[in-house]
Write a protein that binds this ligand. Structure first.
Ligand SMILES: Nc1ncnc2c1ncn2[C@@H]1O[C@H](COP(=O)(O)OP(=O)(O)OP(=O)(O)O)[C@@H](O)[C@H]1O
Ligand SMILES: [Mg+2]
Length: 295
């Protein structure tokens, strides 16, 4: 198979990755959680000496920490930033650790292309590439995006033999990369954590949840993206309010709905003759409906 199975390959650090992460509401908190957990996985010697220093011995829990894997699961609703965050986090990890990085995004579209039986190969190939690219001063990241296609629980009745063996391969590969001691890190994103095989979920060093924006987050998104628009703070709050679940049948607009649908459409209405106003955005919000929730 050619390298076309990889959607994108990005050398890190990357200015573009950094910039897009900086525009994400809530990125900083999520990153810190991920990074603090990763440190425990990567720096085994450091943790041992920490325990000895502060507790007089290596506490049993310290050994249990090593049961986790350099696997980060990003889970949650559509359009909440999982895919962009994976790249942004990888970028930031390389910066924090003063290393270079190599980021591969694995395409899970194979399923749609009728290459069902090849999923095991695909996983093998992705991890081979990961190992090859990982080096002393270089961290290799793999994003298995929309992993539901590969990592679905083996107990699912409709699952055929090939799919089951792809899950087994994935588990085995995740086990193997522990040997690389933090030089290879896997992100797995999913809309449906409950479909992901328990053995994979259990291995995750950290599971990060992504939700649709809260009132406050919607306000901040509008405030950031509409900086210099001249729209008043009061109107920004109004826009945040009307795009929430209370005004939309219990389901608010997602980050991506607001950024990639509402605002562009509002701009399209006024461009090029008049300025963007709160009332045009308000009208657009009322015309559109939030993207459906994934169950
Ligand atoms: N936290 C956020 N703050 C601001 N914008 C965001 C945030 N999350 C997502 N977006 C916007 O939504 C777009 C889509 O995000 P992304 O593709 O990462 O979502 P996703 O969670 O991977 O969705 P899906 O489950 O459909 O793949 C981003 O390019 C960004 O513009
Ligand atoms: Mg995505």
């Amino acid at each position: 198979m050619s390298t076309s199975i990889f959607d994108t390959i990005t050398e890190l650090p990357s200015e573009a990755a950094k910039e897009s992460a900086q525009s994400l509401i809530g990125f900083e908190d999520r990153f810190n959680r991920v990074f603090n957990n990763l440190k425990l996985l990567v720096d085994t010697e450091g943790i041992r000496s920490w325990s000895e220093k502060h507790h007089g011995k290596v506490m049993p829990i310290v050994n249990r920490l090593m049961d986790k894997y350099p696997l980060i699961i990003l889970e949650g609703d559509a359009g909440t930033g999982k895919t962009v965050s994976a790249l942004g986090m990888a970028d930031r990890i390389t910066r924090e650790l003063k290393k270079d990085g190599f980021f591969i995004k694995l395409s899970t579209r194979v399923r749609g292309e009728g290459l069902l039986g090849q999923m095991g190969n695909l996983v093998n190939e992705a991890f081979d590439k990961l190992k090859k690219e990982a080096g002393k001063s270089r961290i290799a990241f793999l994003l298995i995006d929309e992993a539901d296609a590969i990592a679905t629980t083996r107990s699912t009745l409709q699952m055929n033999q090939e799919e089951k063996s792809a899950v087994n391969t994935l588990i085995q590969k995740i086990d193997e990369i522990r040997e690389l001691k933090g030089r290879a890190i896997v992100f797995l994103s999913t809309n449906r954590l409950h479909f992901i095989d328990e053995a994979i979920v259990r291995r995750a060093g950290v599971i990060v949840r992504f939700d649709r924006p809260s009132l406050d987050e919607r306000y901040h998104l509008f405030k950031n993206d509409l900086e210099a628009s001249g729209i008043s703070d009061e109107d920004l709050k109004m826009l945040a309010d009307i795009s929430g679940p209370e005004h939309n049948n219990d389901l608010g607009f997602s980050f991506s709905d607001l950024r990639l649908r509402v605002l562009p459409e509002a701009i399209a209405k006024v461009y090029p003759d008049s300025p963007l106003t709160a009332s045009v955005i308000e009208e657009t919000i009322k015309q559109l409906t939030p993207s459906p929730k994934i169950k």
